[in-house]
Design a protein. Structure first.
Length: 297
């Protein structure tokens, strides 16, 4: 897969994730955040299971180290998803979209510090432009921080680590569907166990949230998270973080389409900043504007 095709797949992933903020918000009317998280990731596990089974038949097998790495990705995923879902209960969809984007500048920083990978110079202003764009897009210029915002801010840390490592693990194992299904299963089971302990779990609640659960499970998890694993085998984690930040733009678009939210001049400027950052990290390396320190993961 070419880098350009991988980045296009990541953009489609961002579109699905942006729309899923609406489903995640609606689902909270019927079930708790841990149950919603667990159920949608178990649905995603079922979606990708046939492809994972076919891959397993051709794969030489997974060792203990491989299983531990997949389990680690699942732990990062359940931590990020649960914190984000709890936060969505107590903040707006647009704020949640913006605050989740805090992982964007974290990824190149972590990549530099932990993996000794110095991204292309355009990544740094691109990451900051995405963060500024998401801030303008959210309409949060008053810097009012609610309790839900703090939960979403906390979720950005495990998401940053997940974006940093998921492509490396899938590429090393050459088994993206097994990696995807394994992390979904770990995430779903742990979240459901947490829900059984901390939340009311009722059949009527699950029925009430069935539509959002199916959308979140089939598209957001089964399709989009699996596409992320596939695409990140062929592009840099820092580039992926910037492209995936477009979910903020798509969240605003679907908020306009389904919730009647409107963008003012600041929001439109924010969209422009994010779009410009994505174009920059795609075009500048192709034009040969790399430094001698740039190298792939």
């Amino acid at each position: 897969m070419s880098r350009t095709k991988a980045n296009f797949i990541l953009l489609l992933t961002a579109l699905i994730w942006g729309s899923a903020f609406i489903a995640q918000n609606w689902g909270m009317a019927s079930v708790g955040p841990l149950l919603f998280t667990g159920a949608r990731f178990l649905i995603g596990t079922l979606v990708v299971a046939p492809l994972a089974w076919l891959e397993w038949r051709r794969h030489p097998g997974l060792g203990r180290r491989d299983l531990l790495q997949i389990a680690g990705l699942g732990l990062l995923m359940v931590t990020g998803a649960a914190l984000q879902q709890i936060g969505i209960q107590h903040t707006s969809v647009t704020n949640a979209g913006f605050l989740t984007a805090l992982y964007v500048p974290m990824v190149p920083l972590l990549s530099w510090v932990m993996l000794r990978h110095l991204p292309h110079w355009s990544t740094w202003p691109g990451a900051l432009a995405c963060l500024a764009g998401a801030w303008l897009l959210s309409g949060a210029q008053k810097l009012e921080v609610a309790s839900g915002d703090l939960w979403v801010i906390a979720s950005a840390v495990p998401w940053a680590f997940h974006v940093l490592y998921v492509g490396r693990v899938a590429d090393r194992l050459a088994a993206p569907f097994l990696v995807a299904m394994g992390q979904f299963l770990i995430c779903g089971v742990l979240a459901c166990v947490g829900a059984a302990v901390a939340e009311p779990v009722t059949l009527s609640g699950v029925r009430g949230a069935l539509g959002p659960l199916l959308y979140g499970g089939v598209l957001s998890v089964g399709v989009a998270f699996t596409a992320q694993v596939l695409a990140q085998r062929h592009t840099h984690a820092s580039d992926a973080a910037i492209i995936l930040s477009a979910e903020t733009v798509f969240a605003a678009f679907f908020g306009y389409l389904l919730l009647g939210e409107r963008l003012g001049p600041a929001g439109l400027l924010g969209c422009g900043l994010i779009l410009g950052a994505m174009l920059a990290i795609q075009l500048l390396p192709v034009l040969g504007l790399r430094t001698h320190l740039d190298h792939p993961l």
